[in-house]
Each structure stands twice: as structure tokens, then as C-alpha cells.
Ligand binder design. Sequence first.
Ligand code: BGC
Length: 350
Amino acid sequence: MKKGILILLALAVVCSSAFAQGMLIGVAMPTQSLQRWNQDGANMKAQLEAKGYRVDLQYANNDINTQIQQLENMITKGCKVLVIASIDGSVLSDVLKKAQAGGIKVIAYDRLIMNTPNVDYYATFDNFKVGVIQGKYIESALGLDKGKGPFNIELFAGSPDDNNATFFFNGAMSILRPYLDSKKLVIPTGQKDFTVIAIQSWESAKAQARMDNLIAAKYAGSTKLDAVLSPNDSLAIGIVASLKNVGYGTARKPYPILTGQDCDKANVKAMIAGQQSMSIFKDTRTLAAKVVEMVEAIMQGKTVPVNDTKTYNNGVKVVPSFLCDPVYADKANYKALLVDSGYYTEADLK
Ligand code: BGC
């Protein structure tokens, strides 16, 4: 009798994983213009295919309508799960209603999908912690924690349609705000509100243009720029370009402390060259592996792994999340972190 039950159970397990094999999973990525999303997409595809799934991987060129169209197609083609790194987190309600009606599960990838009940899970890096690491870097690089100051700083934030941007900013400000209050940190341009400092679509060119304006307004004379808070690498690229154009990078006019995020190859090179001070390493292999685990659990009717059920309220509900750990990177540790781990080769960074 017992043996019979065991055989049945074993059969059920074999059947459910065989059932998952060959199923179609949709992976919607925002753009190929940034290195990280290419890696995210490639990692997701490779890891899902290794488990026997078929993958419909799409990039939307940062265009909202293109992404919605791609999701519609994925639903029509019979995808069982949609993994979505949204462009604008708040415009997918209609298409996700269709997904829900078709019994399709939705995982928000890296960026939370807002204002809809029809997002089942969220997998990301701890976005608040990313900002905290950036803020702490500025704090200790300037010696604020040792009572030094006052120093001049300018602030940048990410795209206002990306929920992550607020988390990055709030994390960094949780460290920097006390120093602004005590005037150990001063913002000569006075620009500190999220809406004023946010860069639409995370565009390097827009960050460069804003930095040009800040320099023209306050730093044309002898005012020293000590630090710039940049939430990610694409903005840091634009900020460095702007600074370089007006002669930063010499002994008399050194680059300010400048933060970043993603460890894009161009930015690791900029760290090695002393133009950018630090970045955040978010190993896209880890995130992809976690999302693949989530997909497997969904397909097999098992408990989906999450480690946070409080933080990410999308306006309708708290979305059960798995937060991976972001890691600090700079010139001193990039080799161990990025090269020894096989993420990049030495040649990638030449
Ligand atoms: C991601 C960052 C990325 C930014 C721009 C954010 O949502 O978390 O890693 O730098 O988008 O693509």
C-alpha cells in the first residue's frame, strides 16, 4: 500500500517536471542600449533553456508601446509565465489583466510593476541598500563621519517612471541628509528635490546636459565640486563626460567623488582610470538564477521563494519579493569581484 503511494508520488513529480519541459516563458526586457539588460536577458534565456523551457526574449528599445505589444504577443503565443523588466512600471495594467485572465503568472524583474493586482512576484536587488552603499561611500570618502567638512555636493536621481529610482535616492539620502542638515554637505545649486534632479529614461546625454548646466551655474569660478551622487553607471558616464569637457581630471582640478551602479564595462574602465570612484555590483547571474527558481516553483505548483513581504507596495498590494544582495565595487576590489568570478575577462576591461 505504502509502496503504491510512493510510486504514485514519484510519478507525479516526474510528470510535473516533464510537463514543465518545453513550456514557453516570456522574458520582456526594456532596452539593449544598456549593457546590463543584455546580460540579464542572455542569462535568463540560457538558464531557462538549460531547464528545458522555451524562451521568448524581447527587448523594447525603451518604448512603452513596443513593450506592451510584445507582452500581448507573448500572451497570444501561450507563454505560461511572463518575466518583465518594465520601462514604465505604471502602464501595464491592461495587458496584465489579459495575462491574469489567461492564468498566466507574472514576475516583475528588477523593477516593480505598479498599480495593478496582476503581478504575482518581484525579484530584484535590495534597491534601498544600493542607495545606502552609495551614500556611505560618499560619507567615508569625504571623511564626513570623522567630522570633516563642509563639502560641496550635487545630486542626481534616476528615471521618475522607474520605482527603483526613488528607492536608490531614499537609501542614499538616509545617509547624506544629516550632513546636509548640519551643513557639512552643501549643494551650491540648491537642487535637491527628486523631481528636479531625476533624469528621464536614465539617459547619459541628459545627465551630461544637466551636469553642464550645474557647472555653468555654480562651478565656472573657483567653487570646488567635491562629490556627485549618481544613482547608476549610465548617468555617471554622462557626468564624467561633462566634467572632462571643462578640464576636470588634472592635479589642480581632480574629479569629484562620483558614485555609480551596475559595473558596466565602460564604468569599470572609468574606475580604473580614476574618473568614477565606485559602482555597485549586481550579479545578473544571481538574479536570473533566482527568477528561474521562481518560474520552476510556479510551474511545479511549489512554494515560490521570497524573502521580503513588506517593502514593495505597488499601490494596490505588497508584492512578495526576493531581494538579492548588492555589493560595493571600486578600483581596489574589482579584480576579485568581477574578473576572478568570471563575470568579465581582463580583456573586457582593457
Ligand atoms: C536598475 C539599474 C539600472 C537602471 C537603468 C534600474 O531599474 O535597477 O540597475 O542602472 O534601471 O537601466
